[in-house]
Design a protein. Sequence first.
Length: 228
Amino acid sequence: MARILLIDDDPSLLDALTLAFEDAGHEVLVARDGLSGAELVNREKPALLVSDINMPRLDGFALCKKLRAEGSSIPVILLTSRDGEIDESLGLELGADDYVSKPFSTRVLLARVSSLLRRTEARAVPEGKRLEAGRLSLSPERLEVRFAGTLVAVTVTEFRLLECLARSPGVVLSRARLLEQLRGDTAVEGRLVDTYVRRLRRKFASIEPSASLIETVAGAGYRLREGG
């Protein structure tokens, strides 16, 4: 299975999660604070990390921001116990791939981890092939995105969203359909898709301020503008 990094300052929860993940066949690394977790990411190269938000030294938000600023694309799931809507929105804005609200069952968390790992490992097109849509170029093998020839740093979830849109340029995809492709779950709010889209738009605009690659179709969803 995969090497998973668990970060939480609650020893009892950390022990319980470690047992659950090991029982599921994963190799587990643990850290009690965000700074130690960041060091483990760089040293041990885990496949995915699960981190609480409220932690000493470096909280989950700051950890996520630090990793993305350093260019790390490790999939991140944040555990939230405060105002769920605020936590989830801010976490996704800072580069998290998913979130799970406390209290939660370990079965739900393990399912989210498995889903994210599958998205990371999936190969949507034959190895070595790129998916081209106008000036947008995607490499599923490397989880790499280029816009107008410039490399764009994206998370796993952002990549999968772009991949869904790039496979059908000009076709409107509803938020529910995109969520199903991204998470296998349509029971969550469609505004999560809005957050991912907003982040991607900012990244494209940093390359070309007038870029309007992802179009909103009021009341219907999103589409990739043909021609890019």
